[in-house]
Write a protein of this length. Sequence first.
Length: 270
Amino acid sequence: MAEENREEEEAPVLTAPAAECEECKGGAPEWMCTFSDLVTLLMCFFVLMFAMSSTQQETFKEVVDSLRSALGTQAVPEAGTREGLVMHAVPSASKEETPQLDELGGMIKKEMNDIVSQVNELVLFNKLGGLVSVSKSDDGVVITLSNMLLFPKGEAVLSGRGYEILKKVAAVLSQLAYHVKVKGFTDNSPVHSSKYPSNWELSAARACAVARLLIKQGVNPELISAEGYAQYHPIATNDTAKGRARNRRVEIVYERDSIARSFAGMKTGK
């Protein structure tokens, strides 16, 4: 009896396995750890590539802006305009070249502003608003003189008032050592005479008359060219008298490129 009781005490107690915890059944599978590491590495790789690409673009933009400032917008082509908008590798500018380009661009901009300022003072002092104007663009400085001030209708001989005003303009321009273009324009009214068979001859003759006076007043003749454009470059409609009056004009143009070449020559000693 005692032995039976001892066997019952020593017999192991078998219990049912505990039910799995409900919280342990959830969570991501083990392969997600490897996948997460891979995604993280890919993200780091693309961030690095983007950072390198952005730096390259910024360097390109700095070089282009410097060149535009020195030579004008049209002188610098955009990269990618004919290559499918692909950004090509651009070597970084040396520390010496970039300051030189910035300095040259600043000198050109200041000189153009000075020309505009001097001509505006002349216009205000002589009350020539509407007859003489000056404008500045990326291409250069344009001084526009109305033919109503300069020439009688159908003629290329300077009027008395036009002669006196143009002398004052020439006094300003004679101080500048840049190439200047004198451009003559007419409206679309036909002209027929033995002296001027068409507006081509008339516009060219008027440009030459202005160029001759500029030379007489001290502008270097080697820096002047005269061009006639007839009626083919209007700035207003030819359907009204007011528009035709605006189209009859002479322009004195200082191109930005010529100013840039002059300053570049000064810096190199040529």
